[in-house]
Write a protein that binds this ligand. Sequence first.
Ligand code: MTE
Ligand code: MO
Length: 439
Amino acid sequence: DPFVADPERDARLVSHTARPRNAEPPTDELTRAFHTPNSLFYVRNHMWVPVVGEGAEGDEHAVTVELPDGETRRYTLGELKARFPTHRITAALQCSGNRRSDMTKQATKTNGLQWGVGAISNAEWEGVRLADVLADAGLRVADAQAATAVAKPPPPPPPPPDDDYDDDDDAPPPASSLHVQFSGLEAYGASIPLETALDPRGDVLLAFGMNGAPLPRDHGFPLRAIVPGHVAARSVKWLSKIAVADEESHSQWQRRDYKGFGPNEGASPDWDRAKAIQEMPVTSAITGVWVGRGADKAAPGPSSPTGSNGGAGAQPVTLEGYAYSGGGRAIARVDVSLDGGKSWDQAALVDDCASGKCPGNRAWAWTRWRYSGRLPPAEAVTTTTEPDTNAGGNKACTTLVVKATDDAYNAQPETHASVYNVRGNLATAWHRVRLCRLS
Ligand code: MTE
Ligand code: MO
């Protein structure tokens, strides 16, 4: 049983499956801190957690770098730490299945783990730049832009230009046709375009630190890729091999699972036709709701979006949550509606990244937001009998809605039905939370 060596799980995590471990933070804790504590960071494992010795033994773990001509170079983690400059970035990781359960409930059945709003978390990562390591390993590319990225080598300088490629090739291949394939110790794999890896502002890391500590075992100890702004499926954990090749990884996670399809394409789509998901689209979610007097002063605490304290309408309400967009696109605006989308107002964005507190070249972190307003009066909202409660009687219900816009003015789709796909990937529709009070 390869799972017997899996680490202990924090009891607060909401578990979807135990073997392999898949779990998300409880909704009311999700955005309590800007940096998700390591013990609460969502976990998405396709297999068991590989066993690599703790402590100093982690430094003996080696990663092999293979170039397009088949040449390889091996680096221990200790060597990576000693030979390359360390970089820190604050970045969210998000699974393409985040909010999939919303799509199931609001559209129809989807295949895959039924994540709530918590298949996303935010951390400060520490590591070395993949571009630096590739340059040191001897990668040369024809593409001019990529060449700039590898022209600033870390100490020591790259090998002389005449010892690669020249045997059988006149010129190195252009970066635009190459991919960096990552393999994990347990056989998971995925790839990114080489241009992504070499983007001087792309901040792709080989990471060994998370929120000031070594990577926890569940999150890739001792070494993982971090590809900020991209679907987390590309941030391969327990990294053991990096291959630069003229095609994408052959893994099912590159060629099948993490692709987007149209609502009509069904369970057996033309896999090859769709592009692998890389940069993520914009999304947002409500993670806390406080109703009643004093709500505008309430500190984040245990409360649930279905909770309420009854009473007449027009009560104060406070909402909080997160917004995130891929590609390093910052969140420009978060719109909140307390009446199901009839009227809107703007949430306050929490300034967690003020004065250089989010290292990195682009906006890789999530944005927390907060909104205080008044619920519509009971007369103005739908009166229904909620079938899923035994309280009985008529209830005055309203729907709280959030949607975010990023700095390229990308916005979220209104409905899950319009972006429905059987895999339930990229469930980014407006996030709705039904709030009912006995009338
Ligand atoms: N890397 C390996 N080796 N094995 C995996 O199962 N899962 C991927 C990615 N990297 C995975 C992996 C997926 S789909 C996601 S969403 C992220 O890791 C989850 O990272 P986390 O568990 O640190 O949150
Ligand atoms: Mo994922």
